[in-house]
Ligand binder design. Structure first.
Ligand SMILES: C[S@@+](CC[C@H](N)C(=O)[O-])C[C@H]1O[C@@H](n2cnc3c(N)ncnc32)[C@H](O)[C@@H]1O
Length: 398
């Protein structure tokens, strides 16, 4: 079936129409005329996959990666970076307009590198095959190189099969010294660890939450700060953009006194904010991350910090007018409405909301908008060559 692709959707898929019913086609580009096979039919839409490109869009370029057409790891290796950046700005502006939020984003902060930027990838292993799932399926595509992952991760990727893992998941993380930390979940016995550690700078291997070699954490250095990061604690995947976020935090806490950093992870933004603010309190649900945060407080010699291990929605009594600034950097699901409503009830002057999911961000801004106005909305290309992006929003109390 021949389809003309009109635009991208919010997930980076091409959109076309079959008799006025929408069809989503991954890896197609506006302007493409493609032959499509329908893979799913729903009441309101179809999903399809390309069987042939009849006439390529003028925006199309050859994908650098041999796995691109099949692999679900990224979306946009077949289109120019500037086109993707425009797409991301337009997507945010459309969401803002649709939700009657009166703000326009003009620009996007680019990542220093659009390839080989990720310091962490998670691979699936099935029947000894290591790779990523195909778009929207559980069909595994074997890979031995990923253009998003950094060079050290790619080096070890080629050799991972010697571990002889039959089924499971394998997360590889890499720090500023190119040291690697492996986190493996599997039922299988792992073989040849000695061979792997003799060849690569592996600082730790954790299997099913048990450290079987070296340490269960790594130390990251960024912008003269040091951070201990446990194998199961969060750290931003793109160090270039993480550094931009640190700068934005510094700029926006210049006059802060008391800062509450909800969703603080290993304390990164709390520590950066504490170089300006009098006092900072960080809240985080993962116990190991809070242990790291307390360690990070010491190695960065910042004493004006306190960390609390809790679910944000269980510490509503800590959200008080004593704070002049709140940092919200939640997971993709966003901030629960009861936390947002408690923030609204207090007299807190500034909210810095950092988000990797524009949909939940806009949902939450809609709750806050009766008491807060947007001063800044900055889009950062944290995840180049994918449809994902990071937003940094500064809100001021009305
Ligand atoms: C996007 S990360 C941000 C971490 C940190 N701000 C940073 O930049 O490294 C979100 C963090 O929220 C934590 N988290 C998730 N749900 C939570 C909850 N209900 N209460 C507190 N922390 C939570 C996660 O463990 C994760 O560390």
């Amino acid at each position: 079936m021949e389809i003309e692709v009109i635009k991208f959707d919010n997930l980076g898929r091409g959109i076309g129409y079959i008799n006025n019913k929408i069809i989503f086609i991954p890896k197609t580009i506006p302007g493409d005329i493609v032959d499509v096979q329908i893979t799913k039919e729903n009441k309101n839409y179809y999903e399809g996959k390309i069987t042939k490109i009849i006439k390529p869009s003028s925006l199309r370029k050859d994908a650098i990666c041999p796995y691109f057409s099949e692999c679900g790891g990224c979306d946009f290796l077949n289109v120019s970076l500037s086109e993707i950046l425009d797409y991301k700005i337009n997507m945010i502006n459309e969401l803002l307009t649709k939700n009657k939020i009166d703000f326009k984003v003009k620009d996007i902060i680019k990542s220093k590198d659009a390839y080989n930027y990720r310091n962490k990838i998670t691979l699936k292993i099935e029947n000894g095959i290591i790779g990523f799932y195909q778009n929207d399926t559980h069909h595994l595509i074997e890979i031995n190189y990923c253009y998003l992952a950094n060079k050290e991760i790619n080096n070890i990727l080629k050799d991972l099969s010697i571990l002889n893992i039959k089924n499971g998941t394998l997360t590889i993380r890499c720090n500023y010294k190119n040291e690697l930390l492996l986190d493996i979940k599997t039922e299988n016995k792992i073989e040849n660890i000695d061979k792997l550690v003799s060849k690569y700078k592996i600082i730790g291997i954790v299997v099913n939450d048990k450290c079987i070699y070296g340490d269960d954490y790594f130390i990251e250095e960024l912008d003269n700060f040091l951070f201990k990061v446990s194998y199961n604690a969060f750290f931003q995947v793109n160090p270039f953009i993480c550094s931009d976020i640190f700068e934005l935090i510094k700029e926006n806490t210049k006059t802060a006194n008391n800062v509450l950093d909800l969703y603080c992870g290993v304390g990164t933004l709390s520590i950066v904010a504490s170089t300006n603010a009098k006092n900072v309190v960080g809240v985080e649900i993962v116990e190991n991350a809070i242990k790291d945060a307390n360690f990070n407080k010491k190695i960065n010699a910042q004493n004006n910090l306190e960390f609390i291990c809790a679910d944000t929605k269980d510490i509503l009594n800590k959200i008080k007018s004593d704070y002049d600034t709140i940092i919200l950097d939640p997971p993709r699901s966003g901030v629960p409405s009861k936390v947002l409503n408690k923030i609204k009830d207090e007299n807190i002057n500034k909210i810095i909301y950092i988000s990797c999911n524009p949909h939940t961000l806009i949902r939450d801004l809609n709750i806050l908008k009766s008491n807060y106005k947007i001063n800044e909305f900055i889009v950062l290309d944290m995840f180049p060559n994918t449809h994902h992006l990071e937003s940094f929003v500064v809100l001021e109390r009305l």
